[in-house]
Write a protein that binds this ligand. Structure first.
Ligand SMILES: [Zn+2]
Length: 245
């Protein structure tokens, strides 16, 4: 049985989904705190591929968020909301980066510090320290500075194509690797390519993750399945973040 609040939230989501265009409807005030924007970035720098945005554009996104009163959530505050129902501040946003590229440390991290904001970085543990990727010591430095670190699995294969036991290995080994490195709990995972199925969700839950992120486009419905949260992909040739919120 849905409460009135849940009904309003579900209705808002259905309404938003019925608009098939690139626009996202901002949820009504009645649902504030239950739907949060979770942008997903990949790379910040000079590259010309669609996954890379310029430093200046990332800085402009952060300036927009600061000017409009957005508050970047830490992993801890998101966990308290998802597990304990603690209300989120108005204009909460959860910034994420996938794939663990070196420019996340070199370009995005300094800008986040400048603006007093946090983001969560989803790391492919099998590529940690490889050329072009962040190193263990860089992750430790970012974690100590208040940035969130999450799992993006060991091998970055599409999880829905893998056997059940492989889903278990991807979830457990990446989590253990990052927790050993950081000395703190890692409870959030992002599914590579947004690929997941029931075996993935079961493996994530059994491994102890409390949040799972897809690349399904939309606001994250924190009243829904916490292991299948929507995000807002940010691409070089896509809409500016300001136009998606
Ligand atoms: Zn990825």
């Amino acid at each position: 049985m849905l409460t009135r609040r849940q009904f309003l939230q579900k209705s808002a989501l259905a309404l938003a989904a019925s608009f098939a265009g690139p626009f996202l409807l901002r949820p009504p005030a009645a649902a504030a705190g239950a739907f949060i924007p979770v942008p997903v970035y990949h790379r910040v720098g000079d590259g010309s591929d669609d996954l890379t945005i310029a430093d200046s554009r990332f800085a402009a996104d952060l300036r927009f968020l600061a000017d409009n009163g957005y508050l970047t959530l830490t992993v801890a505050s998101l966990k308290q909301h998802l597990l304990a129902g603690r209300p989120l501040p108005e204009n909460a946003i959860f910034l994420t980066f996938d794939d663990g590229y070196l420019d996340n440390y070199a370009a995005a991290f300094p800008l986040l510090k400048t603006y007093g904001m946090t983001a969560t970085f989803f790391i492919i543990t099998g590529r940690l320290g490889q050329p072009g990727r962040m190193t263990a010591s860089q992750l430790m430095e970012m974690s100590a500075a208040g940035m969130g670190i999450g799992s993006h699995t060991v091998s970055h294969r599409p999880l829905a194509t893998l056997a059940k036991w492989e889903n278990v290995v991807e979830m457990e080994r990446s989590k253990a690797c990052l927790e050993d490195l950081l000395g703190k709990e890692v409870g959030a995972v992002a599914y590579p390519y947004g690929s997941y199925n029931d075996a993935t969700l079961a493996a994530a839950r059994d491994a102890g993750y409390w949040a799972g992120f897809t690349v399904r486009r939309g606001y994250a419905d924190t009243g829904g399945d916490p292991l299948a949260l929507s995000r807002i992909p940010v691409f070089r040739n896509g809409r500016r973040l300001a136009g998606c919120l």
